[in-house]
Design a protein around this ligand. Structure first.
Ligand code: ADP
Ligand code: MG
Length: 626
């Protein structure tokens, strides 16, 4: 059989591995062990339902053998093995997201350190080996095959002899160079250390013949004994007790398992017994995957049943609003052979999911309380998901999320929780005030804002489109309604002021009605405002749909029927313009109509709404100028 060429993609990655000057080449061992462990998992899983496999749990193992003379390192497993076709497909092509992601990062010129963080897989063997041989016999097959490659030139696959199912990988190490001593991968202590460091939690024993030197008596030659030993503790990290684990242990496991290159913000190690028995190790990542806010993103936790992985991404374990959480759940309550369909209705799984949701919430509440800076960083990455959560679940999750959302606020310009807002509300203030706009700066320019700040009311800035929709679903927090500053009806300070305002409104009633007629199809009412300080006018909404919502809804592509907020034009009675309007009402009603149109246009501009008839507006302004 002739030599075959690697697929172009694979060759690229392979070349990178062969020529790698990467300093952590040692991770090749982790990769090969993890592949062996996957292969063992598959056959072990089969053996649970198929007695003809003929192996017990304890029979499954990974073996490491170093031969110093031949300079070879052999990694053997008695797992599922590969057929001839699988050898070709699995080792001749890469289709791995991890490798591809690594490649992308690298083309962008980013740090090559990423090799160490991503699982680069089987090809990493070529960082240390000048030749790799893979003998494999697939479970249930008669014939074994050997795949061989010296790297770039291609590979061969030929029949070979092998007794039992499984895979035996032999690395012929590269020659030592001045910079690199490959012999260290033959050294017993090095290998022991590497297994501990990267593969300690592998559930199957990783065995190696270990030499012990015994110094019995002084002056006498020491004796050397050799024994096959298991190098790893085998208990998966989530099964171990929290007290024996360090943050580093948790973070290393995360980075390796979930192919992130940044340590997580925090982890949750939950052990539960009772109505549901499970161990869970969950992580809150520091950054969002690139596809997080797209439809392609798949949420889910890795699901194990008594230590055997049964599902890569179990979506049922995570509500949408916590879809960013990564982790594993291991429960003895779940049957090994459960199908995806049945799992969805599994009562036990539902209980676990509920518990986990609570644990995640509690962890976030704790973070918010104890490390505000970290929490705000987290929120800037994933907070949007909470707001969508509230909105899309029609409030079903509001008890979980209402204390986790934060908004920028006019109070010292910081982010605040709703609880913080309510706790320092002014005496007599019964509503939570917010203002919508593209940016904080834009909101600060709103005419109403002046008065709210002046009177010492705190205002929440809503700069994300979903904000107002989310709080409309929340409706209230601790009995306090949310009210937009455009719509708020502020109580005046004293009784006299109230009297005076009422009198003023009564006196101007006819004029205001006349003005409304001038812009009848645009606003429902023209009224006097007590929310304006130096600005002449503003717009308010007068109904369930606010002006901000009108903007958002009309910008959605699927909305053909444009919605309209009912609007009110509010006039500042303390502004010089008010006197002018009154005079016009007495002497020049036509002009009053024009002025009303102008004021309405101004108010629209301030609100960031488009002017319906810009030509008319321009002409009116021009008339005034000449
Ligand atoms: P990954 O493990 O992420 O799938 P790798 O490059 O590490 O990617 O391995 C490629 C594939 O080769 C594996 O998915 C698996 O199908 C196969 N493979 C590698 N090593 C073994 C092994 N020891 N036993 C069985 N199959 C293996
Ligand atoms: Mg792998």
């Amino acid at each position: 059989m002739g030599t075959k060429q690697f697929k172009a993609e694979s060759k690229k990655l392979l070349d990178m591995m062969i020529n790698s000057i990467y300093t952590h080449k040692e991770i090749f061992l982790r990769e090969l062990i993890s592949n062996a462990s996957d292969a063992l998992d598959k056959l072990y899983f089969k053996s649970l339902t198929d007695t003809s496999v003929g192996l017990n749990k304890d029979d499954f193992a990974i073996m490491i053998e170093a031969d110093k003379e031949a300079r070879t390192l052999k990694i053997t497993d008695n797992g599922i093995g590969m057929t001839e076709k699988e050898l070709e497909q699995n080792l001749g092509t890469i289709a791995k997201s991890g490798s591809l992601a690594f490649k992308k990062e690298n083309e962008l010129g980013e740090d090559v350190d990423i090799i160490g963080q991503f699982g680069v897989g089987f090809y990493s063997a070529f960082m240390v080996a000048k030749e790799v041989k893979v003998k494999s016999k697939a479970y249930g097959e008669e014939q074994a095959f050997e795949w061989r490659s010296k790297g770039a030139e291609g590979y061969t696959v030929e029949p070979c002899d092998k007794e039992t199912a499984g895979t035996e990988i032999t690395l012929i190490l590269k020659d030592n160079t001045e910079e690199e001593n490959y012999d260290k991968y033959l050294d017993q202590y090095q290998l022991q250390m590497l297994v501990k460091k990267y593969s300690d939690y592998i559930r199957f024993p990783i065995k190696m013949e270990v030499e012990h030197t015994h110094y019995e008596e002084e002056g006498k030659e020491p004796t050397v004994t050799k024994e096959i030993e298991t190098l790893n503790t085998m208990t998966p990290i989530w099964k171990r007790s929290k007290s024996e684990l360090t943050d580093d242990d948790y973070n290393n496991f995360y980075i390796e398992k979930f192919m992130d290159y940044e340590p997580p913000i925090t982890h949750i190690h939950a052990k539960n017994e009772g109505t549901a028995t499970y161990d869970a190790l969950l992580y809150i990542p520091a950054r969002a995957p690139f596809d997080y806010y797209s439809k392609d993103y798949e949420k889910g936790l890795q699901l194990y049943s008594s230590g055997v992985m049964i599902m890569e991404k179990c979506a049922e374990l995570l509500p949408d609003w916590f879809s960013f959480v990564k982790g594993v759940v291991d429960s003895e309550d779940l049957s090994l052979n459960i199908s995806r369909e049945l799992l969805q209705h599994d009562r036990q799984l539902k209980i676990i999911a509920k518990n986990l949701e609570r644990s995640i919430k509690n962890e976030l509440v704790k973070l918010l309380k104890n490390d505000r800076e970290k929490y705000e960083k987290f929120f800037s990455v994933f907070g949007l998901q909470f707001k969508y959560g509230i909105y899309q679940s029609y409030g079903a999750c509001k008890d979980t999320l209402k204390d986790l959302i934060i908004f920028p606020s006019s109070f010292e310009g910081k982010n605040v929780t709703l609880a913080e807002y309510v706790s320092r509300m002014k005496e007599g203030q019964n509503e939570i005030y917010y203002a919508c706009g593209e940016t904080k700066e834009r909101i600060d320019l709103l005419p109403q804002m002046e008065t709210f700040k002046d009177k010492g009311f705190e205002v929440l800035y809503f700069t994300q489109e979903v904000d107002e929709f989310a709080i409309k679903v929340l409706m209230e927090y601790e009995g306090k309604k949310f009210v937009s500053i455009s719509d708020a009806k502020l109580d005046l300070d004293t009784e006299e002021e109230k009297e005076e305002a009422k009198k003023l409104a009564d006196d101007s009633k006819e004029m205001l009605e006349y003005m409304q007629k001038a812009i009848e199809d645009k606003v429902k009412i023209v009224r006097l405002s007590n929310k304006l300080k130096t600005h002449p006018v503003c717009l308010a909404s007068d109904g369930n749909i606010t002006i901000e919502m009108e903007k958002v809804l009309n910008s959605l592509p699927q909305n053909e029927n444009k919605v309209k907020a009912q609007k009110a034009l509010e006039i500042n009675p303390n502004h010089a313009i008010f006197g002018k309007l009154k005079a016009l009402y007495e002497n020049d009603k036509d002009k009053l109509s024009d002025y009303t149109k102008l004021l309405y246009a101004q108010a629209q501009l301030i609100e960031g709404l488009p002017i319906e008839n810009p030509v008319e507006f321009a002409n009116l302004v021009c008339d005034l100028m000449v």
